[in-house]
Design a protein around this ligand. Structure first.
Ligand code: GDP
Ligand code: MG
Length: 318
């Protein structure tokens, strides 16, 4: 009996279960695109951190390689592309560095260029999507993640952080980061993290990840675990130091050495894992489904209104 069933199965096998391999093959050939932007006050270590996160991969890139090269003050929004290959998976990484803000006497609208940059990418994508002869695969420059740097004061968010994070969270996945966490003790760090989470709730700032009705229990739990982790308290360094005979990325100070990649010292590894191992795909998907979709429908509605202007309300005689 069992043999007969096997026989029927063998005869009716058409092979569509290979679809996963087919998809994989196609995706591998095309490669993946991931675009990150950094934002926050000048001097918080934004340029340093992005160089630390992808340091070992940036050998063949246009980024700054040696710590001895002069530190360039970031003066304009600047995108640098890298291609990273791991086990035949190709990742095109675009890192967008921004000048700091918040150090002028008048900080009004200092965040505008960053918001504009993000919207410009959405608008470029939409334009390509709408052309009659659109490419089969559109080059994606939409920003998938914004790392937002918070000063390690240990007290609370600055008013400008509240305003800017709120604005940013409307157009992009924002991941908050406590910069230069080596200046806080572990107790101070944990208290500050809790304080910031409470303030985000108080100010009604809704950051990535977003719960949707389609999420299953596993996804809801995963989202909850991210919310309990943010903001990531990190340390960056472009220099190597030697600890116990091993060369590591670190910072030496009067009391000892901070090993950037030691989970006991800071949350750098957690942040890197989050970005590259666990949430890469979700950040990309959320950008397309939530942020870009919102932008797109707003633009298309505006276009429709332009084409068929609504009749002006008739004046009612008094
Ligand atoms: N203590 C400490 N200093 C850092 C850290 N990251 C960067 N720095 C230093 O802070 C200064 C400003 O860094 P930079 O990356 O140019 O900041 P940006 O203006 O935000 O891009 C440099 O002297 C860095 O060496 C950190 O995690 N801890
Ligand atoms: Mg910089």
């Amino acid at each position: 009996m069992a043999a007969a069933v096997d026989e029927i199965r063998a005869q009716s096998y058409v092979g569509f279960d290979t679809i996963t391999t087919q998809i994989e093959h196609k995706l591998l050939k095309r490669g993946f695109q991931f675009n990150v932007i950094v934002a926050g006050q000048t001097g918080l270590g934004k340029s340093t951190l992005i160089n630390t996160i992808f340091a070992s991969h940036l050998i063949d890139s246009k980024g700054r390689l040696e710590a001895d090269e002069p530190v360039r003050q970031t003066t304009e929004i600047q995108a640098v592309s890298h291609v990273i290959v791991e086990n035949s998976v190709k990742l095109r990484l675009n890192i967008v560095d921004t000048p700091g803000y918040g150090d002028q006497v008048n900080n009004e609208n200092c965040w505008d260029p960053i918001i504009k940059y993000i919207k410009d990418q959405h608008s470029a994508y939409l334009r390509k999507e709408l052309t009659a002869m659109r490419d089969r695969h559109i080059q994606d420059t939409r920003i998938h993640c914004c790392l937002y740097f918070i000063s390690p004061t240990g007290h609370s968010l600055r008013p400008i952080d509240v305003i800017v994070m709120k604005k940013l969270s409307e157009v992009v996945n924002v991941v908050p980061i406590i910069a230069k966490a080596d200046s806080l003790t572990l107790e101070e760090r944990d208290a500050f993290k809790q304080k910031i989470r409470a303030e985000l709730v108080y100010h009604n700032i809704r950051l990535y990840p977003f719960d949707t009705e389609e999420n299953d229990d596993e996804e809801i739990q995963l989202n909850e675990s991210i919310r309990n982790m943010i903001p990531f308290a990190v340390v960056g360094s472009e220099r190597n130091v030697i600890i116990g005979g091993k060369t590591v990325r670190g910072r030496k100070n009067r009391w000892g050495v901070v090993n950037v990649e030691d989970r006991e010292h800071c949350e750098f590894v957690q942040l890197r894992d989050f970005l590259t191992r666990t949430h890469l795909q979700d950040l990309i998907e959320t950008t397309a489904q939530i942020h870009y979709e919102a932008f797109r429908s707003k633009q298309l509605l505006a276009l429709k209104d332009q084409a068929n202007p609504r009749p002006a309300p008739t004046q009612v005689a008094a």
